[in-house]
Design a protein around this ligand. Structure first.
Ligand SMILES: NC(=O)C1=CN([C@@H]2O[C@H](COP(=O)(O)OP(=O)(O)OC[C@H]3O[C@@H](n4cnc5c(N)ncnc54)[C@H](OP(=O)(O)O)[C@@H]3O)[C@@H](O)[C@H]2O)C=CC1
Ligand SMILES: Nc1nc(=O)c2c([nH]1)NC[C@@H]1CN(c3ccc(C(=O)N[C@@H](CCC(=O)O)C(=O)O)cc3)C=[N+]21
Length: 308
């Protein structure tokens, strides 16, 4: 296990190192891949991209690289962003049938002319490594998750790695999306480890967000607005998990820099522990995708793996 309790020398705030915890998860996944290989199964992940968005392209290529590192076979399919929606549905049907593909991820967002809900329902639930199919959402809400959505699951792993007490804590989740905010809140309220938090979910219609943040022990920011939450809004010593990843124009080689939904410097001064962007939640999202893929391969091939 990587040493993850290190303090930032200047003010004692713990910087939550997502790269380090993700590397531990990948080690774990590698061991499971070896167990599957020993049983004659090579886990396979298919990623499908129907978008010209450069950020989506970056994420998908990072996911392929991650697969290679842990020994998961990756298949990548691209569909023109202006192709008929049927092309995506047909692609999913083909992947559902393929025995070498255990996990399927359709990168979101999909173009406006494609019905996102139909896409998510089309993926075979046992291959739905994002955990977005209604059957898997239902299982999660019922407390019997098969595939926990990667980002909230990754956040849980970070909280566990840094011994952040969630039981009885007041948690505020800012954002109610289907991929981050809602499943995050669902996990935090569940009985059991890294759960039992008293959780408030905030969104654009929330009144008195300031009042809610001011008393929060744990703040999860998933808003999509650069530096939306300032340090002055936080309770002293709070744990701050910044899910946001925003590309803002900057005079760098790439022409942009990545900024979270939290104003990092001011938040770091107030917080007891904080995730940076990049290097916080993002790497964990990718690591949990690998984890769900080996879990899917184990379930589909009846190889028993010790996974939660
Ligand atoms: N690190 C990672 O691995 C990942 C990072 N992300 C990043 O996380 C962020 C959130 O993503 P996602 O959940 O998909 O985004 P969405 O745009 O789907 O959801 C944003 C949420 O924030 C709420 N919101 C927007 N403005 C405000 C406001 N002024 N006050 C309070 N709430 C507000 C919205 O409210 P309403 O519902 O009322 O519109 C909505 O619920 C993005 O920066 C995204 O890039 C996303 C996925 C993974
Ligand atoms: N079906 C689907 N599943 C997803 O899980 C999904 C998706 N669609 N659409 C978009 C969001 C976003 N997302 C990220 C994953 C990794 C990083 C990541 O690795 N970030 C790095 C930096 C990346 C960079 O350099 O650009 C970091 O924060 O350190 C970021 C964001 C997954 N998402």
């Amino acid at each position: 296990m990587t040493e993850t309790s290190g303090e930032d020398a200047a003010d004692g705030t713990r910087i939550i190192d997502g790269e380090a915890v993700a590397a531990d998860v990948r080690d774990d996944v590698t061991a499971h891949v070896e167990a599957l290989e020993a049983a004659g199964v090579t886990p396979g992940l298919a990623t499908v991209l129907m978008s010209d968005d450069p950020a989506s392209e970056t994420y998908v290529s990072m996911k392929q690289r991650d697969c290679e590192e842990v020994g998961i076979e990756s298949v990548h399919l691209e569909i023109d962003a202006d192709a008929p929606a049927e092309e995506l549905y047909d692609t999913i049907d083909d992947l559902n049938e393929r025995e070498d593909v255990h996990g399927i991820l359709v990168q979101l967002p999909v173009p406006d002319h494609v019905d996102k809900r139909r896409v998510l329902r089309r993926i075979a639930p046992e291959k739905d490594v994002d955990g977005f199919h209604p059957e898997n959402v239902g299982r999660l809400v019922a407390g019997d998750a098969r595939f926990k959505p990667c980002t909230p699951h990754g956040v849980q792993k970070l909280l566990a790695a840094y011994d952040v007490e969630t039981e009885g804590a007041d948690a505020v989740v800012v954002g109610r999306s289907d991929i981050v905010g809602k499943p995050m809140a669902n996990l935090l309220i569940q009985k059991g480890p890294v759960g039992n938090a008293t959780t408030t979910v905030c969104h654009s219609r929330t009144e008195d967000l300031e009042g809610k943040l001011a008393t929060a022990d744990i703040v999860i920011a998933a808003v999509g607005v650069p530096e939306f939450i300032d340090g002055s809004a936080l309770k002293e010593g709070a744990t701050v998990i910044d899910v946001g990843i925003n590309r803002v124009d900057a005079d760098t080689e790439k022409g942009y820099e990545l900024v979270g939904d939290v104003a990092y410097e001011s938040a770091k001064a107030a917080a007891g522990a904080i995730t940076p962007v990049p290097g916080g939640v993002g790497p964990m999202t990718r690591a949990m995708l690998l984890y769900n893929t080996v879990k899917a391969a184990g379930l589909q091939s009846d190889v028993s793996l010790d996974l939660d």
